[in-house]
Write a protein that binds this ligand. Sequence first.
Ligand code: IPE
Ligand code: IPE
Ligand code: MG
Length: 247
Amino acid sequence: MPFFQKKTDQSGVDFSRLPRHVAIIMDGNGRWAKKRGLPRTAGHAAGAETFRTIATYCKEIGLDYLTVYAFSTENWKRPAEEVSAIMGLLRKYLLEAIEKMERDRVKMEFFGDLTPIAPELRELIERTREISKHYEGCQVNICLNYGGRDELLRAARAFARDCVEGRADPDSLTEQQLGGYLFSRGVPDPDLVIRPSGELRLSNFLLWQSAYSEFYYTDVLWPDFSKEELLRAIADFQGRSRRYGGV
Ligand code: IPE
Ligand code: IPE
Ligand code: MG
């Protein structure tokens, strides 16, 4: 807990028992732009700024993990110009993040199949991973070309391969071992999943990992999401009773 923060402030958040892992479906960029008569890409640019603010804030308050949904396996269905604008924004974001990496010291990981991503962007992703891999304190996972079903399919394929080649045994597979085949290996499950923009669905996000996550929905569109909104979600989360099927 940062020294300047009281245990509980006016937000109602108890900073001594924050969720360890918060995941966010960064949705509503297009509607945000439409409301302002702007092209959808302007919404994505504004959303990228919000991501920067929220990621920095998560580190500041002492969150261990933040996972964000940036681009799904289904988002390729969008017009080519929109897809390339999103990739361009990611490139810009990573270039700026690399510049400030030694100052911000946020560890960055990427969940998703990166093979269809342009080589130049992939190289940036690798560089970001490499530079930040020793940082401690807060890990940000960016889900890019990520789909929960795709992740499980890949795990099934990899496990089957290990069985065929004699490295694994189907009858002794545990949940923990299966987790080791996922993009999220080594990362605890999200405690809290936040979806802005008013949609009440998961849209193929962290299907395996969110089995017992608490959900928080808000009508606020992602570009308007703020530190205060995040604290509101955390305060709400702290008022819940997690029973995991028990009593
Ligand atoms: C989320 O915002 C960003 C991505 C899915 C890449 P949207 O672009 O889905 O915004 P809406 O849902 O159309 O408002
Ligand atoms: C989910 O948002 C994916 C991301 C935020 C990256 P979508 O806008 O793609 O989800 P749907 O289509 O409304 O379910
Ligand atoms: Mg959307």
